[in-house]
Structure formats: C-alpha cells, structure tokens
Design a protein around this ligand. Structure first.
Ligand SMILES: *Cc1c(COP(=O)(O)O)cnc(C)c1O
Length: 500
C-alpha cells in the first residue's frame, strides 16, 4: 500500500515514510493511493477478536510495510496495560431501541484524541527505525485543550522524540490547564502563550514554515513534526473503532451481520468522521455518516450547499473542541470524492486561502449529500439535550456528544430513517464538568466551588466515579510554569533544545 498527496506533486511513499513526514512537501495531506476493501467474512471475523486484535487486523491493511509483530507491539502499548479504563477500550452502550453510544473517552486524558495519540507515537518511532532516520523528532503542538494533553500523554518518554505544547494562557479550562501543567516526562515542555489560541497556532505555523529556522534545527540533529490530525498516523487508528463498534453490535445481536448502521459524529477538523468514511469505502455497511456541528456551522452549510465559506463569525461554545472554521481533513474527502483530482483540490484550497471561500460542483455535492447528512445545534439546545437525555435515560452526555445526539434526533425526525444509530461520544462528561453540571442542576449550582468540588458533585449526581486521572490532578505537583510571548516562541524552542 502506497501513499500519495492530495495535491498530487509527491511520488508514492510507504506508510512509514508518510507517517514520519506528517505533512506532504507539496502542502497537501497524505492519502492512501487505493482504499483497501474487505468482504463480509472479514467483518464477521472481527466479532470474536479483542479490540487490540481488531486494531492489528485493520492497521495491517493500510500499513503494509510494518510487520505484524511490530503492529501488535504498537497496539499492545497503546491500548493494553490498563491504559484504557474499560477493557473493551471503545465500548458501545445501548441507550434505547436502535440507539447506541460509542464511548471513545476511556483513555488517559478522557477525550477521544487518546484513541489516536496513544498509537501515533509508537507508529512513528517504528517508522523512524524502518527508514533509518537518526535525527530527533520535535513535535510542536498548539492546542485549545484536548490535543495538547493527549499528545503529552502519548509522547511521554518516547525515545527519539521531544514535545513542546503551547496553550493560550487564558483560553483553556481549569481542568485542561491542570492536565497539562502537571504533566510528567523527561522529553516534554509546556508553555502558556500570552494570547488566544490563534496566537499560539500562528506562532507554531510560523516556526514550521521558517526554512532558516528549520535548517538550523537540522544542523543540530532535530526535525520538526506534527501530532495534529493532518498526520496519516493519527487518522488510521480511528478507522478501527468504526469496525469494532459494528462487531460489538453483531456480537450482542443488536444487528445481524450485513445490516446497515448510521454513525453520528461531533465534528471539528473532520478527522473522526473521515475515518468513518474510510471504513464505509472499505465495505463496512454504513448507510449514513451524520456530520454534527455547533454554532460554528461551516460544515453544515458546506454539506447543504456545496459552498465552503470561512468568512463568518467565530463562536466560542460549550463544545470548544469543535470551535473551528477551517476543517483541514476535508481536503482528503475532496480528493476522494473528485476521484483523485489533485489539480481541482489544489484550486479549491487556493481559493480558500485567497478569498476564504470555494464552491464544489453539483455532481460532487450530490455524492457528498448521499453519505453525509449534516446539522448543527447551538449552546442553548446543547444544554437542554444534556438535561433531557439524563432525565429520560440516566445517561450523562458531554457537550460535544450532546450536539451529536440532538442532530441525530433531528435527522430521524426529518427523514423517518430507522437504521440503528451509533452516536460517537468524544469526551467524558467529567472533562466538561461545569457545562454538564449546570445543564443538570441549573446554572449557579456550583458558582462558589473549585473545579474539584464540581467533579465530586457531578459524580454524585450521575452516579459514576470521577476518572482517576482527573481526580488525581488535585494533588499533583505543578511542573510547567513557563509563560512566553508569541513572538518569543522560536527562541523558546531553541532554548529548550539547547541550541545557541
Ligand atoms: C477533537 C474533538 C472533536 C472533533 O474531532 P475532529 O476529528 O476534529 O472532527 C470533537 N469532540 C472532542 C471532545 C474533541 O476533543
């Protein structure tokens, strides 16, 4: 299996080469040159396997230059050893007749980013050995909260890597900040940037694009790379849980082998839902992939009209991990839906760059509409949904999952589609405890309390234990106190790497 770029200017690479490089040198994203297909027997065979075995089986189809034993050991390190608090790793919970929740947040940071960021570092170090890369890889991360912590946990003490995370000093929640500043590990540093998320992100991008800076790093034995979902190594682990959820439903006789299912995905950068698209293309019987957004509804508009327009107001919402106007993985979908027309993809993204807008053709729009119904929900509806679902089923949704729930409800109401529906749940309700608690107990129910009291209060209310890693934050030593100005970020990187 070879990988090529969505902009078409790169010779075919192996999976190891694509994962080590992260982003294609022509500015595009790496995509599989052909999507492997599987038959019903393959899918049926997954039912008797553990999550780890399912993962190895599916990864093998894409990462053909990795030995089976290498993949097995990467997977064991990522999902074994009690790293995930649920032995099923990504369990499916039945909520109502034909309605299921796929819980992707039992990993160390309580958000779905762990599904990929526990595996990516292992695939990367394996890739470096394969291609004989000797230099140390420096991962720079700008984060609005979830990715930073998941990258720190994933890359902690991973050989031949260093990680630097930049978060906006005023832009992350209390729990998210504590998760990052208490992080242990020899190879990592965390910095608060004076500014907002865009300042941190712009700072990191500027470093990536500074060729003088990059050659200085290279002369000292370092290379930059990315842990964002533009890296193929972050996307491929996500394909696994679509198959795994299906196998679980067959096992529990909720569906028969071969039946269709729908997935509803709370979407930001289009990474999660795109993995579902690959699963569908491979042959998993998925009828619809429903794209759920918050008030930053650029994807809903795009999937309804074919016009992608980022010139619009940016909202800060209760589902912050979906607060995004430029959805970078959409580029991969455009490439596949145009049947690998890299030139066309390049033109659209160039227009996005210059005018902030592009429009796809009616034929492409029709093809997308067939697969991706879309909807969006504002903060008020999100809160109401959290309350309503808890009252009816005793199940607490985090705000991102609540967006998906409500979009699923609206879709079923409008279409009468009764296909079994799997709602993809991307965060533990404890990670966004204040929004969840105020949705359940009323605003102001915790105004005077610290973050940890809120965790306890939520735990009692929903009758579930606080995830141990979140509870432990209260007594952890603060290890990272460095604050920097955005213009000092390059200096900070050099100082950390001890480059004069
Ligand atoms: C990152 C994230 C999302 C969005 O996922 P994409 O792959 O960017 O679409 C949704 N919910 C949570 C909790 C997240 O952390």
């Amino acid at each position: 299996m070879y990988f090529t770029s969505t902009r078409g200017q790169v010779e075919k690479l192996t999976a190891a080469q694509a994962i080590a490089r992260g982003i294609a040198p022509d500015g595009g994203l790496f995509v599989p040159a052909a999507i492997p297909s599987v038959d019903e027997q393959f899918i049926a065979g997954l039912s008797s396997l553990s999550y780890q075995e399912r993962a190895t089986t599916i990864l093998q189809l894409f990462l053909t230059d990795y030995m089976k034993d290498e993949l097995k050991s990467c997977v064991a390190g990522a999902y074994g050893n009690g790293k995930f608090s649920d032995p099923a790793v990504a369990p499916v919970v039945k909520i109502d007749k034909g309605v299921f929740v796929l819980e992707l947040w039992h990993g160390p940071t309580s958000a779905f980013k762990d599904m990929a960021l526990q595996l990516l570092p292992r695939l990367l170090t394996c890739a470096l050995k394969k291609i004989g890369e000797q230099t140390e890889i420096v991962i720079l991360v700008a984060t609005s909260g979830d990715t930073g912590k998941a990258a720190l946990e994933g890359f902690k003490d991973v050989e031949q890597t260093k990680v630097m995370v930049f978060y906006p000093e005023e832009g992350v929640s209390r729990i998210q900040r504590l998760q990052m500043v208490t992080q242990e590990g020899k190879n990592l540093k965390v910095f608060a940037v004076q500014g907002n998320f865009d300042d941190a992100q712009t700072g990191v991008k500027r470093i990536f694009n500074d060729s003088t800076f990059n050659s200085e790093l290279a002369a000292n034995g370092f290379k930059l790379s990315s842990a964002n979902s533009i890296n193929w190594g972050r996307l491929v682990p996500q394909i696994v849980y679509y198959f795994s959820a299906y196998a679980d439903l067959v096992n529990s006789q909720q569906i028969a082998q071969g039946d269709n299912v729908n997935f509803v995905v709370p979407t930001g950068n289009f990474g999660n839902i795109l993995a579902g698209f690959y699963a569908k293309q491979m042959g998993l019987p998925i009828k619809k992939l429903i794209c759920a957004s918050n008030s930053n509804n650029v994807l809903t508009d795009f999937l309804m009209t074919g016009v992608y327009n980022r010139n619009r107001r940016f909202y800060k919402t209760y589902s912050p991990s979906m607060d995004i106007l430029i959805s970078s993985n959409l580029e991969r979908l455009l490439y596949h839906v145009t049947e690998q027309d890299a030139k066309q993809v390049g033109r659209w993204l160039e227009e996005l760059n210059t005018t902030g807008e592009y429009k796809i053709g009616d034929n492409h729009l029709a093809a997308l509409k067939e697969v991706f119904p879309a909807g969006w929900v504002d903060d008020a509806q999100t809160t109401v949904t959290i309350g309503r679902v808890f009252k009816k089923y005793g199940y607490a949704l985090d705000p991102h999952t609540a967006v998906a729930w409500q979009v699923a409800d609206a879709y079923r109401g409008q279409t009468g589609d009764t296909t079994p529906t799997i709602i993809v749940s991307t965060a533990s309700p404890f990670k966004f405890n204040e929004t969840v608690l105020s949705a359940l107990a009323g605003a102001g129910s915790f105004a005077e309390q610290s973050g940890f009291a809120v965790l306890q209060q939520l735990s009692q209310l929903i009758n579930k234990p606080v995830p141990p890693a979140l509870a432990a934050l209260e007594h952890k030593a603060i290890r990272h106190t460095m604050v920097c100005q955005k213009q000092d970020m390059p200096t900070v990187v050099k100082t950390t790497l001890q480059i004069k």
